[in-house]
Design a binder for this molecule. Structure first.
Ligand code: TRP
Length: 462
């Protein structure tokens, strides 16, 4: 480890700030936009059950492992993994986890910004466009947006500047203050929306769709998507949470006494909040779908056609609707920052200036994002598709369903098999020995096996 590779990026002010920042990273488009639409695509209940199971038995243990590696490494994922491998006298090639993660983060950032741009557009559209809206008119508005590459590009550009702007300033400063305000407000607005959905008369249809487990609908494709999404929604598998973990203090002064900051309970809170937001978003969106005769499988536009409908029918809907999309943008913002941070932190540790590094990553991700912008218009035709998927679809599939679980698999194996157990125990500081043994068994055997089985199954091998 070179001398200058100290944690130059700062430390979170408290454990709660870490929880807010990590929850800010986890709660994003994945919860509010993607979870409802893929649940619709894959038929509802059984998919939700597999997703919940993946969160519980793979996601939570892997997140614990990822934060632990980050806190021990104390640097960007690439350098942390290099330093850790050295410490454990393991092969240098374990830093592959960091490199692959950085690439996946870069890919995700490129299309995440495009979708966040849609929400940004709706912030401006909400006050004027949806008075007296019908299912057809909101659908036409969304289709119109997708058909307008310049508008999409402009929104994508603004969102990318917002994201890399915060990263350029350092995560502590802007982000800490932002998430303190935004996250509670987001919860409040979701509750209001849920309240409205409950009055549509179709609330129970929505619940039935989400929670009736019809396993005949469950394909191997659905299982791999559910698992991929459990990684995506918890921000796992690419080092984002590892980078955040690097800024997590080992000890905190609580009431004048120094206390160790435990990772396990922190992870539980983050996972719980994240899951809650996804389920509430689903419970808010599906009743509106059924009340308006829409299709649950409407695809990526689901949120953008259901919510304007709901808001246009609600008293003060313009206000709430606008506010809601502002918050979706903020939720996406606090997530996208964690996609850019690992890469920028890595460059900064290689003596780059933080601002320059942020601009470089931002420009590159913006350019790659144009492929996703055009996937909905210029390159939407069948002649531009590969395996019946657009560029956007391919990038999303590759990152979420392959790179993230693969990253998670390697992280679990590293934490379970390669890292010295004394180091693991010290870093985790778990007091409950039985619980520790359960976690260890999961990261050593169960999680890698489960991920491998899902992969092989999707490939048609088993
Ligand atoms: N978790 C975020 C969401 O649900 C997206 C995200 C942010 C992410 N950082 C990540 C996904 C790192 C995977 C890895 O919208």
């Amino acid at each position: 480890m070179k001398k200058e590779m100290k944690p130059v990026h700062g430390v979170w002010a408290s454990r709660w700030v870490f929880i807010l920042a990590a929850t800010g990273s986890a709660v994003g488009l994945g919860n509010i936009w993607k979870f409802p639409y893929i649940t619709g695509d894959y038929g509802g209940g059984a998919f939700v059950l597999v997703y919940l199971a993946c969160i519980l038995i793979i996601g939570i243990p892997v997140m614990t492992a990822e934060i632990m590696l980050g806190r021990r490494g104390g640097m960007s994922p690439i350098h942390s993994m290099q330093a850790l491998a050295k410490q454990a006298e393991a092969k240098k090639s374990w830093s592959l986890i960091g490199y692959m993660g950085a690439l996946a983060g870069f890919f995700i950032l490129s299309f995440y910004s495009v979708v966040a741009g849609w929400a940004l557009y709706y912030v401006f559209k909400m006050p004027t466009a949806f008075a007296g809206a019908t299912a057809e008119s909101v659908g036409a508005t969304f289709d119109g947006l997708l058909a307008a590459p310049y508008t999409l590009t402009a929104m994508h550009f603004v969102f990318m500047v917002m994201t890399m702007g915060v990263v350029a300033f350092g995560v502590n400063k802007g982000l800490e203050r932002m998430v303190r305000i935004v996250m509670p407000l987001l919860f409040l607005l979701l509750a209001i929306l849920l309240g409205y959905a409950a009055t549509t008369g179709h609330f129970s249809d929505g619940l039935a769709f989400l929670f009736t487990f019809d396993f005949s609908k469950l394909t191997s494709e659905a299982v791999i998507v559910a698992m991929g999404h459990s990684f995506f929604t918890l921000s796992l598998g690419l080092g984002a949470i590892m980078a955040y973990g690097a800024y997590m203090p080992r000890e905190m002064i609580v009431g004048g006494v120094k206390k160790p900051v435990s990772i396990g309970s922190t992870v539980l809170i983050i996972a719980l909040l994240d899951t809650l937001v996804a389920l509430v978003a689903g419970m808010a969106i599906f009743p509106i779908v059924f009340a308006n005769g829409l299709e649950p499988s409407a695809g990526p536009g689901l949120m953008f056609v259901t919510l304007p409908l709901a808001f246009s029918a609600m008293p003060m809907g313009v206000l709430f609707g606008t506010l809601f999309f502002v918050l979706v943008v903020c939720a996406a913002w606090s997530s996208s920052i964690s996609l850019g941070e690992p890469l920028v932190a890595w460059l900064v540790e290689r003596s780059w200036n933080r601002v320059k590094a942020s601009v470089l990553i931002g420009v590159l991700a913006f350019v790659l994002g144009m492929g996703s912008v055009w996937s909905f218009n210029i390159f939407a035709g069948a002649e531009y598709k590969l395996f019946d998927r657009t560029f956007f679809d391919l990038l999303e599939y590759l990152t979420t369903n392959i790179m993230l679980p693969l990253g998670g698999l390697l992280i679990a194996i590293y934490a379970g098999w390669v890292m010295k157990e004394t180091h693991v125990r010290k870093e985790l500081g778990m007091k409950n020995f039985k619980l520790y043994m359960v976690w260890r068994a999961v990261v050593r055997i169960f999680a890698p096996l489960a991920i491998a089985v899902v992969f092989l199954n999707a490939l048609g091998v088993i």
